[in-house]
Design a protein around this ligand. Structure first.
Ligand code: HPA
Length: 270
């Protein structure tokens, strides 16, 4: 893995400005943020040595290099989901690449089902914490000291200062921002009514099929994280309706300009 990683990183170093410290993962239906990136250069995942290739609809699978909010950034349009069949090492491979490229801040977005009664479709939820319900841990196995410590601290998975900044920006610009705990599950089924209720009872406000593995690896790597869920459907007890991927994409599209604005402003003020 280390040999592959070094080859990926060496290949990318020749194509990415050395000052790039900000990484972004654009979630399902949230790729439009890429339109705000200036001086863009796109690198398709297929071109990158040892990089996994994404398959799901709504993910085009490319790295976008450029500037956002005046800062050099590296954005992933399309991520690798566990439900697609990738192992956890592949799901989190791009985060290791970011670590070795010297990325210090990671911005993550996803689409999620809202379980807290105060959430509505189209809301943006700032992720304050998460519950890892994936059946496999991304750090399982031998720990390489180059990656991080054996038993990483998880007391602040989502950076407090970044969250404060995001809240201030949303408030100043009259953008409704919700807060809550994200439950990460393997999918690919959406939840049954009883599962939504269960995830809410154990402390979750929204549920989705991504983010948690990437955030765990980012924290292992010492990368600071800020993450947002776009609430695309509701799993509120007694109000569960049918969910489709199309509806998720539609709701994500409506909310994404507001999330993109917050992200860009946070990056500007870093
Ligand atoms: N459950 C799981 N993942 C999701 C959902 C959901 O309701 N909505 C969008 N991604």
């Amino acid at each position: 893995m280390l040999k592959n990683l070094n080859e990926t990183v060496e290949w990318l170093k020749a194509r990415i400005p050395a000052e790039t410290k900000i990484g972004i993962i654009l979630g399902t239906g949230l790729g439009d943020l890429a339109n705000n990136i200036k001086d863009k250069k796109e690198i398709s995942y297929e071109e990158i040595p040892h990089f996994p290739v994404s398959t799901v609809e709504g993910h085009s699978g490319k790295l976008i290099v450029g500037t956002l909010g005046g800062k050099p950034i590296l954005a992933m349009q399309g991520r690798f989901h566990y439900y697609e069949g990738y192992c956890m090492q592949d799901v989190t491979y791009p985060i290791r690449v970011m670590q070795f490229l010297g990325i210090s801040h990671l911005f993550v977005s996803n689409a999620a089902g809202g379980m807290n009664r105060s959430l509505e479709v189209g809301d943006i939820m700032l992720i304050e914490d998460h519950i890892n319900l994936f059946p496999e841990h991304p750090l399982r196995g031998r720990n390489l000291p180059e990656f991080g410590v054996r038993f990483p601290d998880m007391s602040e998975p989502y950076d407090k200062k970044l969250r404060k900044l995001a809240i201030e920006i949303a408030h100043k610009n009259n953008i409704k921002l919700q807060y809550g705990v994200y439950v990460g599950t393997q999918g690919p089924t959406f939840e049954t009514p009883a599962e939504y209720t269960y995830f809410h009872i154990i402390g979750g406000d929204a549920v989705g099929m991504s983010t948690v593995p990437e955030v765990i690896v980012a924290r292992h790597a010492g990368i600071k994280v800020l993450a947002f869920s776009i609430i695309t459907d509701l799993g509120v007890t007694g109000r569960v309706e049918t969910v489709s991927h199309e509806e998720v994409l539609k709701a994500a599209k409506i909310a994404q300009p507001k999330m993109a604005f917050i992200m860009e402003e946070v990056i500007k003020q870093l």
